[in-house]
Structure formats: structure tokens, C-alpha cells
Design a binder for this molecule. Structure first.
Ligand code: C5P
Length: 406
């Protein structure tokens, strides 16, 4: 389940051009299953109307501490108490200065101060001109807000409404959503370092042709994202796929199995968990032609011979740190039939504590999947669900296993 599902988010807007992005952010929150209560400062209302935000959130917007709609006349208390998180996006330089000082002379800063801080996180997405962002006063306020327990998100770099280019843009709505998810997710993998392989490999025949397979990389990317949400430091070694890098994940792009092995070797010593979801080609052409192989009109076909690729998972699983249990290895098996038998056999052959089986034709390119977890004790089924949801379930399962190992 998406951690935002049925969460109640107070979305606070302070004054800034980035208010236009708050409309999209509100829509994404609602789409993720959250209820959204918008609160706007007077300055924010110069940039976007409460009518737009009401239409998108489905709730009347609050703007004043003197609002008489609340029966107890304490909008600032009710709003904070009801929330699962208070998200300020955009947070202007002035608004952050006010928060850092603990000011409370208008509704939004008042409710931030009055919220039950131990239970309701305050998440801040700054947005301002690059000089304002770089100014020591702003950086001092950011440091103070963090010291006071707020989660101040980063800023984007790029073109600004003022015509300048630099740091200070508000993060894009999907980035803010990803960071909010990470704030709200129980940190089951906090301080764990997770290395994931994903996608197909590309084995060159000549400079323009190659052998690959239908792996989309979606399952591995979802696992990387879920692990990051759960607090892990994640490195994703990805074969050639057209997927966006999950927020907060370090991605290393590779083409061939040999490249993938080299990238994994470079990263694995720093990992606590290795999850091999990549569909690595079993063979590669024995020779890569330096020039494009040409049709000569004779009807003859080129004779390709193959060399076996290294088995990345088996190589990692044989490392001393894996054998001692310091590095926990998870393999995947994409089968077409007899999933349980093949998954059990593969777990033993690869020598890994956990093997996750799935039916290849039922998962390639799809957004949903069904998993069968096979370990020395037995099996656990994760029934068909979106890959993002299965990834979260797998991360929770892993956290239990790691907890048992520690
Ligand atoms: O042997 P098979 O390819 O079916 O094994 C699948 C598992 O092994 C997956 O976890 C896959 O990522 C991994 N693997 C690998 N290197 C290979 C072949 C498979 O890491 N050359």
C-alpha cells in the first residue's frame, strides 16, 4: 500500500511563483490516496487562487487564524492535530525565516508551531531566487529549522522565474512526493546499504546490433525505490532501460553483463544487501565485429558463436562477506512453468538465502506481478499486485530477515 494512502496532509503554500506547482502537487497527493487540506498565506493568494486549490483538494482552503468555520474557533490547533504531515510547498525565504523564529501571527506559521511535533512531521520545500537561497541568513534559517526537527528538502537547480539560473527552484511535484513518502515510511532499512541490479543486458554483435531480452527493469527499479523510502542508501546498477531514476537512488548505467559485473564489483564491498533482479544474458557473441556486418547478397548468414557470461549473482554469493552472512544476497528467477521447483533448485545452485520467483511472461513490461519467496524454511506467496506494492512488501520481509541476522 502506498504510504500516502488515507494519510491526511496539510499542504501549506507561502508566497512564490512556485505556487503554480502546488496545484500539481495537490493533485498528485489526492491521486495517491491522501486527503489534502490546503492552507495559504496572504502572499500565496497573490500567486494562485484558493478556488483552484479548493477544486483540486475537494476542501475549502484555510487562510486566516480568525476563520470562524471551526466550531471551537481554533483552526490552528485542529489543522495540526488532524494531520499526518504538514508540507510547506512552496516555502519562501520569508516564511522559513518566520518558522525559524517561531513566529505565529498568521495561520500557517501558527499551525506549524502548534502542531504536535512528535507525531506530525513538518516537511519544507523551499523555493526562491538563487541569491536569496545562497544568502547566509537563509542558510542559517535552514540549519535552524533542521535542528528544530523539520525536514527541509533540497532545491532544484535551473532556470528561475527571475531570469537567472542556479539553485533555489522548488523541487518538481513528483520529487516532493517521493521525499514525503520517505519521511512517512517506517525506516525499516535505515543505515542499510542496498545494491540492486535491474533490467536486461545488451551483448553487442557489431557496432549497431546486439542481443538483449524483454526485461523492463520495472521490478528492480521499484525495489530500489522502496528500499530508499525505507531509509536505505541505494545503488542501482541498471542495464539499458528507459525508466526514470528513483529519487534519492544512485544509478550506474551499464550495457553488457561484463560491464554489470564490473559495476557490481566496484560497489558490492560497501553493501549490506545485494538484490539481483537483472535479466543478465546467459551468453554473448564470442567476437564483437569492429564494423557493421554487411549483407553481401549471397544469401549466406553470419555464423555467430557464443561465450558464457559470468554469473553475477553466483560470483557475489561466493564472496566471503556473503558466505559469513554480512552481505545478504537475494536472487530472482523468471520461469515459464514449475515456478516452485525451479526457484528452489535455483536458490541452492546460486547459494543464496532468498530466491524470489516470478513467471517471466506474466511480469515482463507489466506494472504488476506476483512473487514467490523461497528460503531454506519454505515459501511465502506475495499475490498479484502493482510492482511498487510488491517491492514494499519485499523490503519489509527483508528488514525482518536482516533483523533476525543482526
Ligand atoms: O540463472 P538465471 O539467469 O535464471 O538466474 C537468475 C538470477 O541470477 C537473477 O537474480 C539474476 O539477476 C542473476 N544472474 C546474474 N548473472 C547472470 C545470470 C543471472 O546475476 N549471468
Amino acid at each position: 500500500m502506498d504510504v500516502l494512502h488515507e494519510k491526511h496532509i496539510v499542504l501549506g503554500l507561502s508566497g512564490g511563483v512556485a505556487c503554480y506547482k502546488a496545484a500539481e502537487l495537490c493533485r498528485l497527493l489526492v491521486k495517491a490516496g491522501a486527503s489534502v487540506q490546503v492552507v495559504m498565506t496572504e502572499a500565496a493568494e497573490h500567486f494562485i487562487t484558493p478556488v483552484t486549490m479548493q477544486a483540486l483538494s475537494g476542501r475549502p482552503v484555510y487562510g486566516s487564524q480568525w476563520d470562524v468555520r471551526a466550531p471551537n474557533a481554533m483552526a490552528h490547533i485542529n489543522l495540526g492535530r488532524e494531520a499526518d504531515a504538514v508540507l510547506i510547498a512552496p516555502a519562501s525565504a520569508d516564511f522559513m525565516a518566520r518558522l525559524a523564529q517561531g513566529r505565529a501571527d498568521e495561520l500557517l506559521s501558527l499551525l506549524c508551531l502548534a502542531r504536535p511535533a512528535a507525531r506530525v512531521p513538518l516537511v519544507i520545500a523551499p523555493a526562491m531566487n538563487r541569491e536569496m537561497w545562497a544568502h547566509p541568513a537563509t542558510q542559517r534559517n535552514v540549519a535552524q529549522l533542521r535542528a528544530d526537527g523539520a525536514q527541509v528538502l533540497g532545491v532544484g537547480c535551473g532556470e528561475q522565474a527571475c531570469g537567472e539560473t542556479g539553485d533555489g527552484r522548488m523541487l518538481e511535484p513528483p520529487e516532493i512526493l517521493a521525499d514525503l513518502r520517505a519521511v512517512l515510511t517506517p525506516p525499516l532499512l535505515r543505515a542499510r546499504r542496498v545494491l540492486v541490479t535491474a533490467g536486461p543486458t545488451w551483448e553487442a554483435i557489431d557496432p549497431v546490433r546486439g542481443l538483449t531480452n524483454r526485461s523492463s527493469g520495472k521490478m528492480g527499479f521499484a525495489i530500489a525505490e522502496a528500499a530508499r523510502e525505507a531509509g536505505a542508501e541505494v545503488v542501482l546498477v541498471a542495464g539499458p532501460v528507459a525508466l526514470p531514476t528513483p529519487r534519492g537512488v544512485r544509478r550506474v548505467d551499464v550495457l553488457s553483463a561484463a560491464d554489470m559485473l564490473a559495476a557490481v564489483r566496484a560497489e558490492v564491498d560497501a553493501a549490506d544487501v545485494f538484490i539481483a533482479t537483472a535479466a543478465v544474458a546467459d551468453w554473448r557473441p564470442a567476437q564483437v565485429a569492429a564494423e557493421k556486418i554487411k549483407k553481401d547478397g549471397s544469401g549466406d548468414t553470419p555464423a555467430l558463436t557464443f561465450t558464457e557470461n559470468p554469473d553475477i549473482l553466483a560470483t557475489v554469493a561466493a564472496l566471503p562477506r556473503a558466505r559469513s552472512g554480512e552481505l545478504f544476497c537475494v536472487g530472482f528467477a523468471a520461469e515459464s512453468h514449475d515456478l516452485l521447483r525451479h526457484a528452489q533448485a535455483k536458490r541452492l545452485r546460486k547459494n543464496v538465502p532468498l530466491l524470489v520467483g516470478n513467471i517471466g511472461p506474466d511480469t515482463f513490461g507489466r506494472d504488476d506481478n506476483a512473487l514467490l519467496l523461497v528460503d531454506a524454511q519454505g515459501t511465502t506467496e506475495l499475490p498479484r499486485a502493482p510492482k511498487a506494492e510488491l517491492a514494499r512488501a519485499l523490503v519489509a520481509d527483508l528488514a525482518r530477515r536482516l533483523g533476525a541476522v543482526d
